[in-house]
Design a protein around this ligand. Structure first.
Ligand SMILES: Cc1cc2nc3c(=O)[nH]c(=O)nc-3n(C[C@H](O)[C@H](O)[C@H](O)COP(=O)(O)OP(=O)(O)OC[C@H]3O[C@@H](n4cnc5c(N)ncnc54)[C@H](O)[C@@H]3O)c2cc1C
Length: 467
């Protein structure tokens, strides 16, 4: 009762029109929020990025590897929800094909950077790119003050966290093992993990999902010829896209109330058609299904279904899947299901002892390099990120109930340690998946950022599309 009262009387943030917005992070989410804001109103936007190589493209699209392809067809990768052909038009203006093509992530990064550069020309001083790291955000007197690494301060009337995923955590058997840094790579996005590696050296990749596929392709593209072992609890690999399927028929109402019934429904539906069409058919209602599930059901989904959902939902471009299959067929790459028990440092390698799934006899794999590909994490409490640590310590943010990212209200305001939504600090992108779940890929983030831009500048009250 007291909690309900507190909620009723807590100041619910109103969307007073923003005139100066500071965005932390210039990946897809931050960059596209900036562009949407500038298009919709006469606001001033400061886009702050700590890694200048990522400005405009973020982690995913600053890869320069030709082997790294988008895992969504180009036709569905427009950066703007109201201009579905924007990316295809950009490609065709450069003589590149679109339709069902899976282009490189580097090409997509170029598209984003050029779109940002176009906005710089069009909006002039209203868009300012700041090459710095935000260390803290304070709310004072109806404003926010952002503290930067270089000691500078930025004032704005809103700050939006677009910080992307948090780096991966070390798997339990490895955490605190103090492994030499040339043997164990904890974050493949933050290092040149192939450097100094002998071409024939055995490599152990922990994880078998999209990050593992990225890392494996980068290794072999750089000439690695040694054996690669990829190990995860279930050993599940992402499935492939197939060409030539019809468009999925969108399902508009929740097909089943319980998770087990939902699985049965999907299995039955998949008898008469390709399973990909069934998975894609519920995409329009995935966020709604997540929103209507209580905490216990969400937790059950994460515990039992998530690994299966991930490999069916986030699929590989056929070309990428072919390369992985060829590596497996050649014997260079092996996927295994199992659990690491212990890692021992030997003079020339790491000896990794692991139990195959369902077995009780340990297997030892020796690896000259071990790369953590367990994927991005969202648990704020385990993060060493300076901004996240500072804001958690000051009780200005808190993790969502399932530790998937930041706790936010339905309008995107971060929620503080007392459970109160901030008036001036908001969040977008993958760190909001506790609220929306399906907010990781471009087709979902572009809708989220466009809607938030409208709310921030009140365009939905003054003639913009309704939410
Ligand atoms: C490898 C990979 C491949 C993907 N491929 C696809 C795909 O093919 N199709 C698809 O639809 N989706 C794909 N996704 C998913 C999706 O597109 C990305 O998750 C999306 O780009 C996320 O963008 P973001 O801006 O939220 O995060 P990020 O790209 O991570 O950007 C966040 C930025 O914030 C900066 N930052 C963080 N903290 C601070 C700070 N304190 N101060 C200043 N700057 C800060 C970081 O340096 C970073 O550049 C992929 C994701 C990954 C990781």
């Amino acid at each position: 009762m007291r909690m309900i009262e507190a909620q009723l009387h807590s100041p619910r943030p109103r969307f007073r029109t923003a005139t100066r917005v500071a965005i932390v992070g210039a990946g897809f989410s931050g960059t596209m929020l900036a562009l949407n804001l500038l298009e919709q109103a006469d606001v001033e936007v400061l886009l702050i990025e700590r890694d200048r190589h990522r400005m405009g493209a973020g982690v995913a699209y600053s890869s320069s590897e030709s082997a790294h392809l988008l895992n969504v067809r180009a036709g569905n990768m427009s950066a703007f929800p109201d201009r579905p052909d924007h990316f295809c038009d950009w490609l065709s203006a450069r003589g590149l094909g679109c339709d069902a093509a899976f282009v490189t992530r580097a090409t997509y990064g170029r598209y984003l950077r050029e779109t940002l550069a176009g906005a710089m020309e069009r909006y002039g001083r209203r868009l300012k790119l700041v090459d710095d790291e935000v260390l803290d955000i304070e709310e004072r007197g109806g404003q926010v003050t952002l503290g930067l690494v270089n000691g500078g301060l930025i004032e704005a009337d809103r700050a939006v966290l677009a910080i992307g995923n948090l780096p991966p955590h070390d798997p339990p058997a490895i955490a605190g093992a103090h492994l030499p840094s040339h043997r164990y790579i904890g974050d493949p996005w933050a290092s040149s993990f192939e450097e100094g590696l002998a071409k024939d050296a055995p490599v152990l990749v922990i994880g078998t999902g999209l990050t593992a596929v990225d890392v494996i392709l980068r290794l072999v593209t750089h000439g690695h010829e040694g054996p690669i072992t990829a190990l995860s609890r279930r050993g599940l690999r992402p499935h492939r896209h197939v060409d030539g399927l019809p468009r999925p028929k969108p399902v508009l109402a929740k097909p089943a109330p319980e998770l087990s019934e939902l699985v049965r429904w999907a299995q039955t539906e998949a008898r008469g058609q390709d399973w990909r069409l069934v998975v894609d058919s519920i995409r329009p209602i995935t966020q709604m299904m997540w929103a209507s599930a209580d905490a216990a059901k969400r937790a059950r989904f994460l515990r039992h279904l998530r690994p299966f959902w991930d490999v069916h939902r986030h699929r590989l471009a056929p070309e990428v899947a072919d390369r992985i299959d060829a590596l497996v067929a050649s014997g260079q790459l092996n996927f295994h299901a199992g659990k690491i028990a212990k890692v021992t440092v030997e003079p020339d390698a790491l000896a990794v002892s692991w139990f195959p799934r369902g077995g009780d006899a340990a297997v030892v794999t020796r690896a000259v390099r071990m790369i953590n590909c367990t994927g991005p994490q969202g648990d704020l409490l385990r993060s060493t990120d300076p901004l996240v640590k500072r804001m958690l310590g000051a009780k200005r943010i808190r993790p969502d109930a399932l530790r998937l990212g930041l706790d936010i209200d339905r309008d995107g305001h971060v929620i503080d340690a007392r459970g109160l939504p901030s008036e001036h600090i908001l969040a977008i992108g993958p760190m909001t998946r506790g609220d929306l779940w399906e907010v990781v890929a471009v087709p979902d983030i572009r809708i989220q950022v466009s809607a938030l831009a409208r709310r921030l500048v009140n365009a939905h009250w003054t003639g913009g599309e309704g939410l």
